[in-house]
Design a protein around this ligand. Structure first.
Ligand code: G4P
Length: 196
């Protein structure tokens, strides 16, 4: 997705070889026009899949996932990182997600009310690094008997192991941008484009 690449090049900040800061349009301030395009692109890539729900993880996944759900005309569910006070334990499905980046484990939760056996679910997330968030969301969905249609990622860091793990587990991954390397303070996209 060309506009997303340009946005990353113009506004992204390489914090280290592994971490890209995109707070100006995705992780803190949000560009609604870009989010709309992102939603349209995911909806196009997953059309005719009879998706009934879009699932993401709070908080940065919500903006792209909401626009995707709008384009697909289905509800968005965001998994919560803290067990909500308003829900009883028996009413929620949970999974453990370990973050290599943050070196902590979070319990993620979704109400049983919103995911049912006959649902066909598209997972959307902002970043794919080690794949733990996506695999946690897959475990949540599968506990309900619902089907995972695929995983849509806004920015994939292809030099990390996430895509490999998810594909090995048998799921389709669609990333709008794939970053091959961030070495030498330079972003190299997967399609062999090297831009400063
Ligand atoms: P994984 O799920 O792919 O295994 O990723 P990991 O545990 O390494 O990432 C943990 C958090 O850090 C996630 O956000 C993820 O989106 C984010 N993250 C990973 N790599 C990058 C990066 O290069 N740049 C940015 N900006 N974020 C990255 P989170 O904890 O769920 O945060 P949020 O959604 O509440 O913002």
């Amino acid at each position: 997705m060309e506009r997303l690449k340009q946005k990353i090049l113009n506004e992204g900040c390489i914090l280290s070889e592994n971490v890209l800061k995109v707070d100006s349009f995705l992780n803190h301030q949000v560009d609604p026009f870009l989010m709309k395009e992102i939603g349209e692109e995911f909806a196009k890539r997953f059309k005719n899949q009879e998706i009934t729900k879009v699932l993401t993880l709070e908080s940065s996944g919500i903006a792209p996932a909401l626009m995707t759900s709008l384009m697909l005309k289905v509800p968005l569910i965001f998994a919560k990182k803290k067990n909500p006070l308003t829900l009883k334990e028996q009413d929620v499905i949970t999974a453990e997600v370990y973050s290599y980046t943050k070196q902590e484990t979070n319990t993620i939760a979704v109400s049983r009310e919103f995911l049912k056996e006959n649902d066909q679910v598209l997972i959307i997330d902002d970043f794919l690094a080690n794949g733990e968030a996506a695999l946690g969301l897959i475990r949540l969905i599968e506990q309900t008997g619902a089907k995972v249609v695929g995983i849509g990622i806004v920015i994939e860091k292809s030099f990390q192991i996430g895509r490999e793990k998810i594909e090995k587990a048998g799921y389709r991954v669609e990333s709008l941008v794939r970053i091959q390397s961030m070495k030498n303070n330079q972003i190299q996209f997967f399609a062999k484009e090297v831009l400063q």
